[in-house]
Design a protein around this ligand. Structure first.
Ligand code: FE2
Length: 346
């Protein structure tokens, strides 16, 4: 078996490949590591055939949808997954064939309704059902401590104690453990009686993961994260540096229209000299009357340099082919000592 483990913060992803046939599966990929997974697969001579999410993640953004589209291979999840981009839905007991390898599927609900654990040779990928020294939480959407009890004590903990456990999270960099070690030392598994276990899970007072709303929204719907929208816009537009803009202003460059795309009060408090106000929210409404000529160069800026990137991309899509965005927002411009002007007019 060819095997790669990729950590992103506390999130773990796994690339599992058949050494004989070069077929591989990628388990729980995370959006910021797309290039790394593809690079590892090609370095190892593997072709990714399946993109598997062990469950609907609430704490990171899955890369399965994007990679699935890019590679033309199915996203694989349990059939209870709400994600519309899943191409192959599994039941517990199903098996995926990966060259000479077999991926055996266990439905292990509890952390989420759609949680699966995957057995490949001597390795068990437990998702968030069983962690090293812990278990997945059961207080997030579709979590259920009763189900987690069954998935653990009447499920995967009955497997061979020598099996290696590879979880979807490991915050302490321990890499992996075994079923036997977890049974012996995992504090949560010491409550082996159902009522006590459920009571313990219900009494955990855990803080919400960061980005939970956005992670659930995008992982469940296939929609884009704000960071993805910004990154896509940034690939569509060129940028202008502060010094270049200052040079244009000082040289009274008549061919450059500067657009402040913030709201009026922010503009009046202080804007870049000669900039006109055209709030992002009104861009499409006012573009025809405010920018009748599509040929001049148009620079957009905002407070932090993000909304202006979206605005410049929108302008380019509408035919303003020389739209550029300021590299950084007016906050950084001000802090770098460049001048701003208060008042209602440019
Ligand atoms: Fe999770």
């Amino acid at each position: 078996m060819i095997f790669e483990q990729v950590a992103t913060g506390g999130c773990q992803s796994y690339l599992v490949g058949c050494a004989e046939t070069c077929a591989a599966a990628l388990i729980d990929p995370e959006i910021s590591q797309v290039d790394r997974y593809l690079a590892l697969a090609s370095r190892d001579g593997l072709r990714i055939r399946y993109l598997i999410d062990t469950h609907t993640h609430a704490d990171h953004f899955t890369a399965t949808q994007q990679l699935g589209r890019q590679l033309g291979v199915p996203v694989v999840m349990h059939r209870a997954s709400p994600a519309p981009f899943v191409g192959m839905r599994l039941d517990g007991g199903d098996m995926l064939v990966l060259g000479k390898l077999r991926i055996q599927v266990f439905h292990t609900p509890g952390h989420t309704r759609d949680s699966m654990s995957l057995l490949v040779e001597d390795r068990l990928f437990t998702g968030d059902t069983l962690l090293i020294g812990g278990t997945g939480r059961t207080d997030l959407p579709t979590g259920d401590p009763e189900q987690l009890y069954d998935s653990l004590f009447n499920g995967i903990l009955k497997l061979d104690p020598a099996l290696k456990v590879f979880p979807a999270h490991d915050y302490k960099g321990r890499g992996h453990s075994t079923i036997g070690e977890e049974l012996a030392t995992n504090p949560r598994l010491q409550q082996r009686e159902r009522t006590a276990f459920v009571q313990m899970m219900r009494s955990l007072d855990l803080s919400m993961p960061t980005h939970i709303t956005e992670a659930l929204r995008t992982n469940m719907s296939g929609g884009k994260t704000v960071a993805q929208l910004l990154a896509e816009s940034a690939t569509l537009v060129p940028f202008m540096s502060f010094t270049e803009l200052k040079k244009c202003i000082d040289g009274k460059d008549a061919d450059l229209i500067i657009l402040d795309v913030r709201e009026r009060d922010a503009y009046e408090q202080g804007h870049i000299e000669t900039a006109r106000l055209l709030p992002r929210g009104q861009l499409e409404l006012r573009v025809n009357q405010d920018l009748p000529d599509p040929t001049p160069r148009i620079l957009t800026y905002c407070e932090f340099g993000r909304i202006s990137t979206l605005a410049a991309a929108t302008l380019r899509q509408m035919g303003f082919q020389r739209a550029v965005a300021l590299d950084g927002g007016i906050k950084a411009w001000r802090e770098a000592g460049f001048p701003v002007k208060a008042g209602a007019g440019p």
